[in-house]
Design a binder for this molecule. Structure first.
Ligand SMILES: Cc1cc2nc3c(=O)[nH]c(=O)nc-3n(C[C@H](O)[C@H](O)[C@H](O)COP(=O)(O)O)c2cc1C
Length: 379
């Protein structure tokens, strides 16, 4: 199958993964209204090209938190990539490193902070939640600092886990278990089954050593008990006092919250609804961006996260004030379809699309993008 777009990688991932796993990455919360909005609202923005501007040399590099990225892309933090492909997080981190883009490791990853820090030349961002056990949270931050992670991301939109109907219907368990009912599904995907059965057993590697066992079921039970619904801005002040490097909050779509974040000394805001996986009905990330950019007035860097599937989406986000975009599913589809090579493919596709569309927009560099490059249309 020739891969021409992220959608092609998605279709290949759908063929190669057991249904429940594909739905785990592809799906969103409840009716998936927000998941769809993240895409649809990009199509409500049109790009306005300028002509006769000499675009013979083009530059899509950006600087985020003082770190230069060859393309304005950061792989979003995602849990359990090792279930899709053996050592999936390491494969993705390597692909990001080779492409010169950012990589944000999730606390819920199947590779540890130390493993990822060892293999990537560029420094990695680390995403964590303010967990019930503040000492454990502090310890994670210390490990991230020791591993020379270049930014800390606190995800703030997971007060509780969103309800994902597809996972409920599929009876999804982590790690995937061989039930009679799932045997046929697994049998239909022998490539995945072989890799899963023979590869390293995925587990929540960052929690090993927290004294809670090593297998995924035991650790997952512990981690679930760590989500803290009482977290407030006071806890963000505490994080700020512990972490002196660049600090970003992920999961903000309200301009008011963006202003409060700036007042609390936050360096970056990741405008995000968790890829439509948390509060269904919340606004799309791209529709929230202009108001947030307006509220923040350059006092923090903005990263758009959610719904990016084309280079043109990245250009729209940058025109509306984002310094870069995070991508979640696009790299996960690549990983599930082809391993690390699939992540590299996803990044190459987006890089080329950004380059071609930048030329067609009549801009030689992404720093030339501003609100004049986009206009709102009915569809
Ligand atoms: C399978 C999967 C696992 C995820 N795990 C995490 C996580 O551990 N922490 C986090 O902050 N966000 C997590 N996210 C959300 C992503 O970081 C990101 O916000 C989202 O994927 C962006 O939308 P997109 O997939 O349309 O690019 C996850 C998303 C997916 C699809």
């Amino acid at each position: 199958m020739t891969i021409a777009s992220i959608e092609d990688l998605r279709l290949l991932a759908r063929r190669r993964l057991p249904r429940a796993l594909f739905d785990f990455i592809d799906g969103g919360a409840q009716d998936e209204v927000t998941l769809r909005r993240n895409r649809e609202d990009f199509s409500r923005l049109a790009l306005v090209p300028r002509v006769l501007t000499d675009v013979s040399e083009r530059d899509q590099s950006v600087t985020v938190f003082g770190q230069k990225l060859r393309s304005p892309l950061i792989l979003a933090p995602t849990g359990l990539p090792g279930v899709l492909w053996p050592d999936g997080a390491a494969a993705a981190a390597r692909a990001a490193d080779e492409a010169g883009v950012g990589f944000c490791l999730s606390t819920m990853s199947t590779s540890s902070i130390e493993d990822i820090a060892k293999l990537s030349r560029q420094r990695t961002w680390f995403q964590v939640y303010v967990m019930r056990d503040r000492e454990l949270t502090r310890d994670m931050m210390q490990r991230a600092r020791d591993a020379r992670c270049s930014a800390l991301v606190i995800t703030v939109d997971l007060q509780v886990q969103g309800q994902r109907d597809r996972d409920v219907r599929n009876g999804l368990t982590m790690p995937p278990r061989l039930h009679w009912s799932s045997l046929l599904e697994f049998g239909l995907h022998p490539g995945w089954l072989w890799r899963y059965a023979t590869g390293p057993k995925p587990t929540l590697a960052n929690f090993i050593g927290a004294g809670k066992g090593t297998d995924m079921i035991t650790i997952a039970g512990f981690v679930n008990s760590q989500f803290d619904q009482s977290v407030t801005w006071k806890d963000i002040d505490w994080v700020r006092s512990v972490w002196d490097g660049p600090l970003a909050l992920k999961g903000i779509t309200s301009a008011e919250d963006a202003k409060i974040a700036v007042a609390h000394g936050i360096d970056g805001i990741i405008v995000s609804n968790h890829g439509g996986r948390q509060l269904d009905g919340s606004p799309s990330a791209i529709s929230a961006l202009p108001e947030i950019a307006d509220a923040v007035q350059g006092r923090a860097q903005l990263v758009l996260d959610g719904g990016v599937r084309r280079g043109s989406d990245v250009l729209k986000a940058l025109s509306l004030g984002a310094a870069a975009c995070m991508i979640g599913r696009p790299f996960l589809y690549g990983l599930a379809a082809l391993g690390g090579a699939g992540v590299s493919k996803a990044l190459e596709l987006l890089r080329n699309e950004i380059d071609v569309n930048l030329a067609l927009l009549g801009r030689a560099g992404v720093e030339e993008l501003d609100a004049s490059a986009v206009t709102r249309v009915a569809r």
